[in-house]
Design a binder for this molecule. Structure first.
Ligand SMILES: Nc1ncnc2c1ncn2[C@@H]1O[C@H](COP(=O)(O)OP(=O)(O)OP(=O)(O)O)[C@@H](O)[C@H]1O
Length: 585
């Protein structure tokens, strides 16, 4: 465990941890030795010459003072190493996740990631911060006590030497048993935690369906699995733990009997027997504590595994330098892609010429969002290429690629900050005039005027203080402020009131000026006005052309339009967003 921690640290940080280990090790050894000094003190007192005890008492006092100083320095160094370690882990996790592809950030993963950065990092930092001291006491003090015993009486020391391995063997056996079940318990409790969060998040849906906690089978099952895993662990571990405690107690009893026999036979004096017993107690106490310590260490080890899993996630390969770009058209060149074995996009080819608008339409699940994600390189294609300005997105460095793109996805996420800060995300150094111009063009100015503190109004976590239409206008204002040449737009499917709808439509019209726009279209007006429509059907391009052409063709698109006019809704999404689907906002 310690060596795994050391591997994660820089040489300076390692030195800090070594310092803590050194101080605490020396302090624990001093404690062991100080027990030996009780022997001459006792002998002097029992021999009727108490004055002879004074120098030994002096040495004992000096050693105790040294112990206190070294011990406290070790504790402080350990705490410091713990905080350093937490900093190192946060930094490494932070540095690493920004290199991971956007597709890595699914809802489930971001949930796990928050557990990793809080609970798991805390647990790992506890190793140098809180466990190092009892660990040193558990390992070094008994060893020092045993060595000291050899000076008191070699036969008692031999007794320790003979019984010690039995204790060690049972300890290792218990550890192995627990480790086998620990992972299962951790996985089951993580699953149950995830289900509880999902249950809380989806209260509206569940209540509307008349499903209370009792009726939510997945949650019930996960809780039962978690409980069963914990029970199984207890059943597996209890014999080991009992065996360990028993072996430690047996060792203590053996030493007790041995000392009594030696004393009765006159082979050791009373002082030596008393010291042997004190040392035996000091030997067994930390060993018993080690059983609990083992559990804490194992938890930290599982937590470190979780941290390591995130650190081991592979970033997409990046070029050292971005290749040059031509006019910013978006080209799908025989693109195939699938999240797993099944292809979601199959040999898709089309081009969005520079400065034009292409609408993607198709049934739910036909692959529209996936195509959009591939442009922003959430994932790499399986075959073919997605090109921007003639350059494969894989030949662009991520910051260069993302600088070209303004994403306006459904359900825009807003940070719990002021409206101004949220819009400024598009271009942090924008002047007030630029900000207001973007707001005007995104039809956000009327929202700013209406809010109590104008630009300085806080929008609440996730932008809850704004309506759906208002949040979309914030996203459009962000995109206008960023002024990126390529816009990826997923139109809102949620019904907006007439005023909000016309405001959003006007704002989107502003976005399409002089930009290459790929839009997942849900509104009839958007598809009608697009320069080109790509109809996706089960991941393949079924039709491609302008509105009138496709209507005349009387194929899939014409049927969609007929349905649309019939139902006054482009399509009804029939699936819930999957837990493993990337967060697109
Ligand atoms: N992260 C993911 N992991 C696995 N499969 C996914 C993931 N995201 C989407 N899919 C699957 O890929 C297919 C295409 O999904 P996509 O979201 O691209 O379709 P869509 O046309 O945008 O649908 P909608 O209009 O409902 O948003 C679907 O079958 C979907 O279940």
């Amino acid at each position: 465990m310690i060596s795994r921690l050391l591997r994660l640290m820089t040489p300076t940080q390692r030195a800090e941890l070594w310092r803590a280990i050194g101080f605490l090790g020396v302090a624990a050894a001093m404690q062991g030795v100080s027990f030996a000094l009780v022997l001459p003190v006792l002998r002097a007192l029992l021999s009727g010459a108490p004055a002879d005890a004074v120098p030994w008492l002096g040495i004992l006092a000096a050693l105790t003072v040294c112990y206190a100083v070294v011990q406290s320095r070790g504790v402080i160094a350990g705490r410091r190493a713990g905080y350093t370690l937490a900093g190192v882990l946060h930094e490494r996790l932070g540095d690493h996740v920004v290199t991971l592809p956007l597709g890595w950030f699914t809802a489930a993963r971001t949930g796990t990631f928050s557990r990793v950065t809080t609970q798991n990092v805390m647990s790992v930092m506890g190793v140098p911060g809180h466990l190092l001291e009892p660990l040193a006491n558990a390992v070094v003090t008994p060893v020092a006590a045993a060595i000291t015993l050899a000076f008191v009486d070699w036969r008692i020391a031999l007794g320790v030497l003979l019984t010690g391995p039995a204790v060690l063997v049972t300890y290792r056996w218990t550890n192995r048993l627990v480790r086998r079940t620990d992972r299962a318990v951790d996985a089951a409790s993580a699953e149950a935690g995830g289900q509880v969060v999902e249950f809380a998040r989806n209260q509206l849906v569940l209540r509307a369906a008349g499903r209370t906690a009792d009726g939510f089978r997945q949650l019930d099952d996960a809780l039962v699995r978690s409980r069963n895993a914990a029970r199984r662990m207890l059943r597996t571990v209890l014999p080991g733990l009992a065996g360990f405690v028993l072996s430690v107690q047996a060792m203590f009893t053996a030493l007790l009997i041995l000392s009594a026999i030696l004393l009765t036979n006159g082979e050791v004096d009373v002082a030596a027997a008393v010291v042997a017993l004190v040392l035996a107690v000091r030997l067994t106490e930390p060993l018993l504590a080690a059983a609990e310590l083992g559990a804490a260490l194992r938890m930290a080890s599982v937590a470190l595994d979780r941290v390591q899993e995130v650190l081991d996630a592979q970033p997409l390969p990046e070029p050292a330098q971005s290749s040059a770009l031509g006019p910013l058209a978006i080209t799908f060149d025989r693109v195939s892609f699938g999240y797993d074995d099944e292809l979601v996009l199959d040999d898709v080819s089309f081009t969005v010429p520079h400065g034009t608008t292409t609408a993607l339409v198709g049934a739910s699940g036909s692959g529209k969002s996936t195509a959009m994600r591939l442009v922003a390189r959430f994932f790499d294609v399986r075959s073919g290429a997605v090109r921007l300005g003639g350059t494969d997105v894989r030949d662009l460095r991520t910051p260069d690629l993302l600088a070209l793109i303004a994403p306006v996805f459904q359900e825009t996420y807003l940070f719990d900050a002021t409206l101004e800060e949220n819009v400024r995300l598009g271009k942090p150094d924008a002047s007030l005039a630029q900000l207001e111009e973007a707001a005007r063009r995104a039809r956000l100015d009327e929202v700013v005027t209406r809010l109590p503190d104008g630009w300085h109004t806080r929008v609440g976590e996730g932008g809850t203080r704004l309506s759906g239409g208002e949040r979309q206008r914030v996203a459009i204002a962000r995109a206008l402020l960023k002024d990126a040449p390529i816009v990826l737009l997923d139109e809102a499917t949620a019904a907006l009131d007439v005023h909000a709808e016309s405001a959003v439509t006007e704002a989107m019209a502003e976005l399409s000026h002089d930009r290459t726009l790929l839009v997942i279209a849900h509104r009839l007006g958007t598809v009608r006005d697009a320069d080109q429509i790509v109809v996706l059907d089960h991941g393949r391009v079924a039709e491609l052309g302008r509105h009138e052409e496709l209507l005349a063709h009387n194929g899939l698109y014409a049927r969609f339009i007929a349905q649309r006019e019939h139902a006054r809704g482009w399509h009804i999404a029939t699936r819930l967003k999957r837990k493993d689907e990337p967060c697109t906002t």
